[in-house]
Structure formats: structure tokens, C-alpha cells
Ligand binder design. Sequence first.
Ligand SMILES: [Zn+2]
Length: 248
Amino acid sequence: MLLDELDSVDWRSIPTPGLRMTRADRGRSEWRDLPSPRDGLFALAAAGSLPQVAAATSSLANSAVLWGHMGAVFPAAVVAAPFLLDIAERHDFAPARGAALTLLGDMMESLPIAGFDRTTAVDGRPTPLCCAVAVLVRQRREPVSELGRPGLSLIGNSDEHWRFEVREAVAAGNDTLALGVLGGRIPTPPPGGEIHRSGGTARLASVALEYPVDHETGEACLRLAGTSPSGPCAAGAVIHPARCGEVH
Ligand SMILES: [Zn+2]
């Protein structure tokens, strides 16, 4: 089980912001390190009663993965997500499975802190934290879908954090047609996008599906309005939703 590997994670090596908090006993604010999620993950994996699930959930929602009061997510969430997926798939106590799914949903819906808002864990490119968690969720689409409505809801949530890998780009009037592979789902009306290529990031005003997606392969063709294929929209680039670039 993946949880066996939990103790091999060096949580302190993951970039995490300190949090400025007021200590009631001293009456002044000071910087504090966020607690490691290690104990909370073990506690959720071992939880066999509702109070134990609640305590483990609270611990994780106030740790270096999530800070619930702020609605903030941190880079360690991307490392913790596979462990939560394991708990969601394998725990024999339904409330613990549900709590793991809820925490994964919170990771995709919370905003990161500026300067701690990207991870290179997916493919070496600076990926928004929410989108990196979504990639991990989609990699387990089948088992997570079998977890009933909460599982299907999480998959739906992950699909909103779409990701498109450009394989080929051609000019089409003032636009670019990009052929590549889509993970997740492009909504309508066409959203804005953020395109990453080695060496830079650029904003796209509108990212629209040109043809229906091939659901077997994920191959798709997108129309990137007002852009040139000689610019950032060339082969090798990756596009995410623009809204996923927001920070606290
Ligand atoms: Zn996202």
C-alpha cells in the first residue's frame, strides 16, 4: 500500500509558506511553520469511528497541505493527494473514504499563496497546484468513479481543471488551431487559458473546442483566439484554465 511510503516523504523539503498568526497567550502575532500532514494522513488511514475521522480531517485541513480558515492550498497537497486517493479507494470505513474525497475536492477549490502556487511535479513545468491535484485524480478515474456520487463529483471537479498538451499548431486566420491531447473538459462559453512553454507563460483570451474530443484517446483540436503558432502556442506547450492562476 502506498501509505507504507508515507514516512519516506521529507515534508520539510517541500516549499511551504509560514503563516502569521496571533498567539492568544502572548497577544502578538508571529510567524509559524505549518504542521506536517504526516500524522493526519496516518490518523485518517487508521480511523474507525466518526470522531477519529473528524479529528484527522481537522488536522489535515490545518496543516501544510490546506489551511481551512483561509481557504488556502499549499504545494505539499500535490504530494499528499496520492495518499488520500489510496485512503478513498481502500479504506473499509465509508466516512473515512468520504473525508479523503472531500479533502481532495478542497485542494482543487482552494487558492494558493503567491510564490507557493506552482509545482513542477507533473511534468517539470510550473503547473497550478489545483491542476496538478486534478491530474492525479484523473489518473484514478475508474476506481474513484466507483465510489458513488462523491467519487463522481470529485471526477467532475477534476475535469474543470482541464489540461491540454499541444502536439501541433497551425495558423487559421488570426487564430491558432492547436492539435493535441486534452485531460478534463473545456467548458462553454470558451474560457481563458494560460499557456506554458519552456521559458515563459502567456495568457490566452479564449480557448474553444474546434471539433469534438476523441474520448478514447483524448485527442482534440482547440481554437486559440488571436494568437499565432509562431508565438507561445507551439508544439510542446501546455495550456491550463486561466482562472487556475489566481492566488491569495
Ligand atoms: Zn486548476
